[in-house]
Design a protein around this ligand. Sequence first.
Ligand SMILES: [Ca+2]
Length: 333
Amino acid sequence: MTSTSRITSSLWQRWTGASPAPKRSTSSPRRAALDRSQAADTDFQASTLRLGLDEEPRMELAGPTSDERHVGDEGRPLLRALSMGQFELYYQAQFDCVSRQLIGVEALLRWQHPVHGLRLPGEFIGAAERSGAILQLDAWALRTACHQMRQWLDLDIAPPLMAVNVSAAQFARPDLVDFVAEVLRETGLAADRLELEIVERALLDPVRAAPTMRRLRAMGVRLAIDDFGTGYSSLGYLSRYPVNRLKIDRCFVARMGRDRTSVAITDAVVALGLSLGLDVVAEGVETEDQLEHLRLHLCPAAQGWLFGQPQPAANFAQLLRRERPGRGGIKQA
Ligand SMILES: [Ca+2]
């Protein structure tokens, strides 16, 4: 074991308590069919439905392992599931609004529950955040996404960017930057291939947030503000933080056809981002009318079901082979 891999292994164990080997994705039509409720796929800010968290299989009610003792009760089934390889990442493409060229991909967490089937983040992220298990899930997702990107690079089908969600709790960790650096070294991934999507509430304390963001940007890692406009946002932070991209929350895009306020907010965020020299991605784009409106208002990029639902890695690789991704739609920092 090299010194680098020892450090990474140590960080990994400290962060996850799980096996460092990322789970290889598999796919099935049933799984894809289960993945159709995009509304519930609101990543790490979603409300928790807590479906079945109190109904875990008998083996998951065993006493806590040493890795689980620092996590609250409702997080233990999640850590147990993580150690059993029940989590996987699905991938959703981001497209240039004009050329429709694939310019990036967001990694989305899924739990393949042995009893309840495929579970979306809205069903377990709340419990993960309350219990502290979110730290392990986030770390696993970041590492697995980077390994997947490495594999796609080796196959010469990699998208330009891999976007990974970062919870507020993970962003607050003092060793976040070190962990990101180790994962990049371990995978040989260029830092500007990785984009961390940070929720607005993680940025409430500029004294803590700004140095972390500056260190990540100094490494070359890209930063996006996720679900922009839905958190405790203060536009002032955009001048203080070294952000690359704003992601317009899907709720605004979804209401564009029937709500003038949502149209106004969407257009304003696009204009704001462009005037600040930032990339902008509209989330939740489902119709050609929505895409046309965004295109006419110069929104650079979009993500959503119009371009395809999130897919397991093996299925997404087929899309990558078809699309021949390019970097034309991404502003270089
Ligand atoms: Ca996101």
